[in-house]
Design a protein around this ligand. Structure first.
Ligand code: HEM
Length: 385
């Protein structure tokens, strides 16, 4: 199925590039003269891409001889002589989609635009009067910039959409069998015939692993979504959100005699970002603290403050007693699927870091000298004015 042309967005690019009525007028004035070189352009393109190992096959397997030369000739002429209206913009978008469909490496399309730019500059210096060259070049540059931007947009929208659809599909397909396996094991455990301890142990292992798979499916989906979603930023009240997530975690991971300390700095009231993504991030970070806390001396503390280096950022420090086992290298813990816990998915910290980095913040982990581990999130302040 062809993806609908995002006309509004493409026309917005046109505006941002500064492709206005004056540019269109200049193309009308000079474009026809440059377009007379269309045959040479198509031959130049074909010869060049025949010489590139990766692109040669596309030229060897054409539906009919000269098909691609024909396309390139028509493209060259169209962008120089036609109005950049919704039809032309839509055609550029579709060429981007076609290139994704035939698996043409986007770098070669970029290379094509470099060649087209060079060719146009030469054609202008050969065919346009000296005093008009600058204006002709400027208009042609804008036309080429716009085409490349549309092509890139189509490439990104379609490749990412493909990845996301596959990941969502896998997650969906796996979720159902896991639920069935979990349910069946529960029934088996309850059945009267199974009394032997060893069988119960095996069932418990299968059950625990199927729960881990369930978590894995959920975390892979949210990693993928957070990574690709273009989120709007809005102010988020830190204290309220942290308090809510702390309450959730206290219920979900009860720890006997837990010493839970909080300190919310009045100056660090708000952060900027997507509230849902922040909630997801704090859930992961606080769940880690609750699960890793030293049960002999259980202390968790959550403190907010203004970044002393720049008051544009807020720091959220989550500390827990206990040691990190399995690695000395804190950065390794941000590698997707690396986990020090048997039932971990290894995605909590990577998801959290993606959320923070999307708003130009970051997350670091470090061991505390008097014992324990601190996780420091630096996030953009939301109440600057
Ligand atoms: C500046 C770079 C390029 C531009 C502007 C461009 C432009 C186009 C356009 C306008 C189409 C027709 C899309 C449609 O109507 O659906 C197209 C299709 C195609 N392009 Fe490109 N292209 C470029 C680079 C390349 C390169 C480097 C190759 C490989 C050598 C290539 C191979 C193809 C193929 C195989 C098709 C599909 C033809 C078909 O429909 O069977 N293109 N291109």
């Amino acid at each position: 199925m062809r993806k609908q042309v995002p006309l509004e967005r493409l026309l917005y690019f046109k505006e941002q590039i500064g492709f206005d009525a004056k540019t269109q007028e200049l193309l009308k004035k000079h474009g026809h003269v440059i377009a007379e070189h269309k045959e040479d352009f198509a031959v130049y393109f074909e010869e060049f891409f025949r010489g590139v190992e990766e692109t040669r096959p596309y030229l060897e397997v054409q539906e009919y001889p000269g098909q691609l030369q024909g396309i390139w000739k028509r493209w060259f002429e169209s962008i120089l002589t036609r109005d950049f209206d919704e039809h032309l913009v839509g055609w550029m978008w579709n060429s981007g989609i076609t290139h994704v469909r035939i698996n043409l490496d986007h770098r070669f399309v970029n290379l094509g635009y470099c060649l087209a730019r060079r060719f146009c500059n030469q054609a202008i210096s050969r065919s346009i009067a000296q005093e008009d060259m600058a204006e002709a070049m400027e208009a042609v540059e804008k036309a080429l910039d716009l085409c490349l931007l549309i092509e890139t947009e189509a490439f990104l929208a379609n490749t990412f959409q493909c990845d996301s659809e596959v990941i969502r599909g896998i997650a969906h397909q796996i979720r159902n069998p896991i639920t069935v396996i979990g349910g069946s094991i529960m029934r088996l455990k309850r059945s009267k015939e199974v009394t032997a301890g060893a069988a119960h142990e095996t069932y418990d292992t299968i059950l625990a692993e199927s729960r881990r798979m369930e978590k894995m499916v959920r975390d892979v989906s949210s990693y993928n979504e957070v990574f690709h979603r273009q989120s709007e930023w809005s102010p988020v009240f830190l204290q309220e959100m942290l308090q809510q997530v702390l309450d959730e975690c206290s219920n979900r991971y009860p720890v006997d005699n837990l010493d839970l300390q909080t300190g919310f700095a009045p100056m660090a009231k708000q952060v900027l970002g997507n509230p849902d993504e922040y909630r997801l991030m704090f859930r992961h970070l606080l769940a880690n603290a609750f699960e890793a806390v030293d049960t002999e001396n259980p202390v968790i503390s959550v403190q907010t403050s203004l970044d002393p280096g720049t008051s544009m950022y807020v720091l959220v420090e989550i500390f827990n007693t206990g040691k990190l086992s399995g690695t000395d290298e804190m950065e390794t813990l941000f590698t997707p699927f690396f986990s020090t816990r048997a039932m971990g998915t290894g995605l909590g910290l990577p998801i959290s870091r993606v959320v923070a980095q999307k708003v130009k913040g970051n997350i670091m982990l470090y061991p505390v000298s008097k014992g324990g581990v601190a996780c420091l999130a630096s996030l953009p302040r939301g109440d600057l004015d």
